[in-house]
Design a protein around this ligand. Sequence first.
Ligand code: NDP
Length: 348
Amino acid sequence: MEAAAVMSGFILLLFLGSMVLPGRVLDGPAVNGQVPTYKLNGLLLFVLTMLLAGLAQFTGLFSLSTLQTHFAALFVVTNLFAFLLAGWLYWRGTRTEDSPRGFFGGYFFGVEHSPVWFGVNLKLFSYRPSLIALALFNVSFAVTQYEANGQLTLAMILYQGFTFLYVFNYFQFEYGMIHTWDLVSERFGWMLIWGDYVLVPFFYCISGWWLLQSPSPLPIPAAVALVLLFVFGFWLFRGANQQKHRFRRDPQISIWGKPVQTLQGRLLVSGFWGIGRHLNYTGEICVYFAFVLTTGFTSWVPFLLTAWLVGLLLHRSWRDERRCSAKYGALWEQYKQRARFSMIPFIY
Ligand code: NDP
């Protein structure tokens, strides 16, 4: 009961916040023939939630370590929520359009492309509880370690820094999400809903559990190497996404101090996009390796996260190549000649 109240209160507050907090309003690229409007107040919502959580922690009102101790109960009720939400969206979608793949396909992949409820775009919204819950779980590991030992290990400090920056930057870049595959092309069904509400917060924090057991201390050279890996991955991941986003909004921009080069003004061949076709994926994989390697090599279990992400992004790169090949035809072949490698220059 307690877990259900915490989970539903959390999602409800974020939803109300998304409705009423101020934010830039942007039109996105057409989705299923319609131009959706997005209100970008995720960063404000994230900062306010973290401040409130910090206040609750310091005043003794609520210890964030409770999230870690009630993890299993929260996992169960959030699953229930995700299955029910997918059912409600299926029912809502089939009132206005036919499910393209029958009941199971419609439930799993979704019916509507860009559902809006009380003025809030549910697809963009769902990343907010997802990533804010991930950030709160991560902080709860730090609080638990501090409450037990009176200090944080170097590995925990690095993990907290990396993951906080990752989530913070996601919200800074929330405007860039409107050009991503999930927002533009996918319908909104169980697959995305379960990924947002369950998989990301409950699985992506896996390293935190190993850091709690604080195995052998992280040597300083290893810590420096991890910081370098994180900075490199972040530069690639955000840099590439940012270049594409800026190009889509204004095809006349400069990249790395030079006017952009394009193929017929449609595909970017400057910057990271002239070197590889999916370097943003490679950068994100490096970032996740930095998260997981803070646990050292004491167990293979945290590496399930990197294995999952590598699999997901490899599969996504194949799907995206198919999609782009169908969309751009010969131009995509020309692009492949120009940017010959997909994710790792000279290798793959
Ligand atoms: P991209 O942001 O790479 O978008 C791919 C699209 O970009 C293509 O379909 C094409 O769409 C356009 N495009 C491709 N090449 C070019 C080019 N040279 N010039 C201009 N446009 C081009 O991929 P995603 O939307 O899949 O992912 C976005 C981010 O989200 C990535 O950084 C990824 O790592 C991250 N991600 C993270 C996940 C996680 O669980 N942590 C899961 C999934 C994604 P069009 O031409 O139609 O604009």
